[in-house]
Design a protein. Structure first.
Length: 248
């Protein structure tokens, strides 16, 4: 019997401009994938920083780029030290908890004033939600059972799971209260941080955008070419994909 799984394939990551492919196709990455090898947010970040931005600046000297990305998890990945309440325990530390960057806290009474808050203890252990909120004067001392995150029933009704809405902000639990803070609200993905640091701009398409996004039309045309000429083996796929991209 055939093994289960998606088998071996090719992943294509390319950049388009209104006048053609960025770098005449030299920015493109075509990577064999399958098994444990897949395209990741870190691979995309490396492509943007090492290829796409330099190629754009070489092709359009003196111009500022506006990068537009699909709404994908890889595109929205956060840096390891990003401010993310979902990565924090109620108390200090925890298994596999990453050290977050220090942050500037705005004083709500004085919008033009604030202070730097360290997100780690002097020992290097990550602070918990409770301590961070106490330092900001946001921990509710009158609620002894204040939770890290609210729960909602699972789909089968046999248990509960953390309420994802709390990660958007609010005051119902520790994660919601900290997520509503301006510095956590302002946290950007690592892709956006890298692009803006290089002096360029970035937007992300909404989910379910296919009919409004020319990227999808480009891939559709490339897939049609590949299907028309497919020989149903991996060697022919590796030969056809660059041809398909160049044919559009």
């Amino acid at each position: 019997m055939r093994k289960k799984g998606r088998g071996k394939g090719l992943h294509v990551s390319d950049f388009l401009t209104p006048i053609g492919r960025l770098g005449d196709g030299n920015t493109c990455v075509i990577m064999p994938c399958g098994g444990d090898t897949w395209w990741t947010g870190d691979k995309l970040l490396a492509q943007v920083v090492e290829k796409a931005i330099p190629d754009f600046e070489g092709q359009f000297p003196g111009c500022q780029a506006l990068f537009a990305f699909d709404n994908s998890r890889n595109h929205l990945k956060y840096a390891d030290n990003a401010l993310r309440v979902s990565e924090m325990n109620l108390e200090q530390g925890g298994i596999n908890k990453k050290v977050m960057r220090n942050t500037w806290v705005i004083d709500p009474r004085e919008p033009n004033c604030g202070y730097m808050q360290s997100m780690t203890l002097p020992s290097g252990i990550p602070k918990g939600l409770k301590l961070v909120l106490i330092e900001r004067g946001l921990w509710p001392n009158d609620e002894p059972n204040f939770r890290a995150q609210c729960s909602v029933p699972t789909k089968n009704g046999k248990g509960t799971k953390p309420n994802p809405q709390c990660l958007q902000g609010g005051s119902c639990c520790a994660r919601a209260r900290l997520a509503s803070q301006p510095d956590f609200q302002a946290q950007k993905s690592q892709l956006q941080e890298a692009i803006e640091q290089a002096g360029h701009l970035v937007i992300f398409y909404l989910a379910f955008h296919c009919e409004m996004n020319f990227i999808e039309y480009y891939w559709g045309a490339g897939k049609q070419y590949t299907r028309r000429n497919c020989e149903y083996d991996f060697d022919s796929l590796a030969r056809l994909v660059p041809e398909a991209l160049a044919s559009v």
